[in-house]
Design a protein around this ligand. Sequence first.
Ligand code: FE2
Ligand code: FE2
Length: 281
Amino acid sequence: MAGGKLKVGSAAHKDLFCRSFIDSHLRFEPDQLAWPDLDPAPLQRMREVPFWQEVLYTEMRAIRIIEAFAQGISDPLLREAMDLMAEEERRHERLIRYLIARYGIEIEARELPALPADIEGTFIDFGYGECVDSFLGFGFFRLAREGEFLPEPIFDILEVLMGEEVRHVLFFVNWMAYREAQRGRSAAPLRALSSAWYYARSIAALAGVVLRNARDQGNGRDFSATQAAELLQGVTVGKLMQACLEENQRRLDGYDRALLRPRLLPALARTALVFTGKNKQ
Ligand SMILES: [Fe+2]
Ligand SMILES: [Fe+2]
């Protein structure tokens, strides 16, 4: 919820979500990060992670969508923020390509499909997709880190991506509410209904990716036969949802309290915890 007196859809709201995004941008290049040399066992584990190709593909698609959408934005501040988001996604692609090359990970070349004509609708679907992916991703990331699935310096590097995705989500959620308010849909229940529709689409799309990956077996290997499958052993829905909720909260806590936060997924996760008997509240 917006705290204080900030009115969703106002110029002050726009200034705040654009400025906090632009001001929190970090300057670095992926090849300057502290990339570790890996011993044979962790190197093998790194190569068996089944989703590097999907991560690379997601970043490449993000760049195309944000660049195309940004071109049509006339408001200078919104345009600056969108351009910066595209720049960060281009850097994500460079980071993942660097990781793939440095650790000798094999991936297959994959064509990106052409963008649909409705670029704004595509950007909105993409934005909700980032909300779903990062909510789940933050929880998985913590469980993988706690389980020492990869060497700690690799998590430090991937943390850079995580830190930027939370800013993208925060920017997107506020931009979406701003856009809805500009179109006269400023009542919170109306915005929640519209969000629920897009979230459902994103979750369905994510399920499609998971199923496709299961069928194609990630980077061409049988996932269940890899060491990566160990990561999922002992992880219950309750444990994962708890990690997602805590990590989401922790990462968002660092940003201005007046900004809107994603609400539907945490609410769903808390409901899931009630049903799995793990809710501590
Ligand atoms: Fe990204
Ligand atoms: Fe992103």
